[in-house]
Structure formats: C-alpha cells, structure tokens
Ligand binder design. Structure first.
Ligand code: SF4
Length: 111
C-alpha cells in the first residue's frame, strides 16, 4: 500500500520542514504506584467528590495523590467554558449538591 503525501500549503512550500524534535526525558511524568495514591483515590471516590485531577486527566495525578494532594472541583463536574487545552467536560451544569462542602470537609479530615 502506498502512502499519500499530503501537499504542503502554498505559503509553506519554500520553508524547510521542521520535524518534531524528541522531548526531554524530564517532561514525561512517572507513574507512582504508592499506597498513599490509593488512599487518596479511595477517599475521593467513596465520598463521591469531583476533582480537577480526574476530570482534566491531569498527568501529575500519581505524583500529587501520592502526597495526598488533590484539587477539588466545586459545583459539579461540568465547566461552562470550553478551553481547548482542558479535558474537563463542557456544558450546562447539573443541579448543585447542597452537601458538597460538608463532603469535602469530611474527605479532607480522612486524609
Ligand atoms: S493537584 Fe496535581 S493532579 Fe490535581 S490538578 Fe493539580 S497538578 Fe493535577
């Protein structure tokens, strides 16, 4: 099977093609499989709380949660913005949970 080469945009034809350079090793986050990570995960999930860490698929989650750090998202899991770089769900927010602040306070006490 032959691969079709996409023609360059006429404005770019005279410019050299810049190949994507290899990223430095430090830019990749390391997976940390620690007990503290799972403690944080259990507390967050059992309390039925929403975190930016999970909703945004943050690459630092194993590092932060291993230190028992998490960023809670208040007023639901939906954001009214639609920033291109962010993975949080966009839309009209659901009804507010009147006990959310108490749930967060209790979760913080457990960690
Ligand atoms: S606390 Fe850590 S994992 Fe959570 S959003 Fe911030 S950087 Fe990401």
């Amino acid at each position: 099977m032959t691969q079709k080469i996409k023609p360059r945009h006429p404005e770019k034809i005279k410019n050299p093609i810049n190949p994507i350079k290899k990223k430095p090793n430090w830019i990749r986050s390391k997976l940390i499989n620690s007990r503290e990570f799972f403690v944080t995960k259990t507390v967050v999930n059992k309390s039925n709380l929403v975190t930016v860490c999970q909703e945004a698929n943050c690459p630092n989650i194993t590092e932060c949660w291993s230190k028992r750090h998490a960023t809670f998202m208040i007023m639901g899991d939906t954001c009214t913005r639609a920033c291109a770089f962010c993975d949080v769900k966009t839309g009209k927010p659901e009804k507010l949970d009147p006990f959310e602040d108490i749930k967060i306070a209790n979760a913080v006490k457990k960690t």
